[in-house]
Design a protein around this ligand. Structure first.
Ligand code: NDP
Length: 342
């Protein structure tokens, strides 16, 4: 079977032909090749996440860097094909950190058996019920007090049409907030306003977007800003923040492809406006995933959260280019997932 390994570390943007290499991963695992305690998994979908760019850097972070020559780290969902492990049976659906591989052989560490809640699909475990949905859930609900979220609260979300941002805004709507998105392009903004029913969405690629944002936010200013992008958009939101605003620093995608990331230039406003900046990592809430998934699954079932998927076809070979496209905003209103043919 095939696997794609990290061949060299990118300095700035990812150039797939330079940083990745396709290799033979090994023989397709069978009942005969498995040892006692092992399971074989056929990978069905791989998740493409902006965080993968950070994992390629040789820097200390919340997880160790991917080693040169190692299969590129990636979450995935797959099906158990053979098992010599007491907890798994052929046909079981599993999620975990599989890497860019068509098959995985494991003793079970780092993988979870999926029990589908009513109305949920396997792919939900890479999106709304997976890392991005959980990030939205904990990022918003664990950092903004329940009594703050409501009709008097204006929430602004960047990368609004993306996997995490779109769920953040939908949860804020469930809580009755005024929600304004920021996204690249009018088509994404139309989807956010129309399909998701947010109160506004500003296209940051349009000239004069700063004025559009100011008008959409209104005189009261921003009470909660959920930051997925950093850079100029974070600066503009600092300028529009209400006193005592909460800024949830979830990600900073505009700064991932450079070795010299830009911090907020409007930083002094944090002092004068008494703004709280709160960073977090979704893994901090590992013990609460099951409870969050129950609530998110219920919202999916009731149609309060809508699914959005951007599936890239073409097998594992399409993974490197698809990862680059995530940084180009190709996932219009949906998240990127890679389909591996049977
Ligand atoms: P998305 O589905 O949101 O995809 C990324 C989106 O970012 C693109 O669609 C694009 O949309 C936007 N984007 C790309 N480049 C830029 C740029 N230069 N300026 C502004 N927007 C840009 O990805 P995810 O939902 O997976 O991730 C969203 C954020 O959440 C990331 O920053 C990620 O690192 C972070 N994250 C953090 C976690 C945590 O534990 N703290 C866990 C998971 C994710 P557009 O067309 O609108 O530009």
């Amino acid at each position: 079977y095939k696997q794609i390994v990290l061949a060299s570390r990118p300095k700035n943007e990812i150039i797939p032909s330079e940083v990745f290499r396709t290799e033979e991963g090994g023989p397709i695992p069978t009942d005969k090749t498995l040892k006692d305690g092992e399971i074989a998994i056929k990978v069905d979908y791989l998740s493409l996440d902006p965080a993968m760019r950070g994992w390629m850097n040789d820097t200390k972070s919340y997880v160790p860097p991917v080693k040169i020559g190692e299969a590129m780290r990636a979450y995935g969902i797959g099906t158990v094909t053979f098992s010599k492990h007491p907890r798994y049976n052929p046909g079981d659906l599993v999620v975990g950190t599989f890497g860019w591989r068509e098959y995985v052989v494991t003793t079970g560490s780092g993988i979870e058996k999926v029990i589908l809640p009513q109305g949920a699909t396997p792919r939900d475990f890479l999106s709304t019920l997976g890392m991005t949905g959980l990030t939205a859930y904990f990022g918003l609900l664990r950092h903004v007090p329940e009594n703050v979220l409501g009709p008097n609260c204006t929430v602004v979300v960047s990368a609004a049409a993306g996997a995490t941002g779109s769920v953040v805004g939908q949860i804020a709507k469930v809580k009755g907030c005024k929600v304004i998105g920021i996204a690249g392009g009018e088509a994404k903004c139309r989807w956010v306003r129309g399909e998701l029913g947010w109160d506004g969405c500003v296209d940051y690629k349009k000239k004069g977007w700063e004025r559009d944002l100011r008008e959409a936010v209104g005189r009261g200013g921003i009470n909660v800003y959920f930051d997925n992008v950093g850079g100029d958009i974070l600066d503009e939101c600092l300028k529009l923040a209400a006193p005592h605003a909460k800024f949830i620093i979830c990600g900073s995608i505009s700064q991932y492809n450079t070795s010299k990331p830009q911090g907020p230039r409007a930083f002094l406003l944090v002092i004068s406006k008494r703004i709280t900046l709160k960073g977090f990592i979704v893994f901090d809430f590992l013990k609460e995933y099951d409870q969050a998934r129950k609530e998110l699954a219920q919202w999916l079932l009731e149609g309060k959260i809508k699914r959005m998927e951007h599936i890239v076809d073409g097998g594992i070979d399409a993974a490197p280019r698809a990862l680059v496209q995530l940084f180009e905003g190709a996932n219009t209103g949906k998240m990127m997932r890679l389909l591996l043919p049977l």
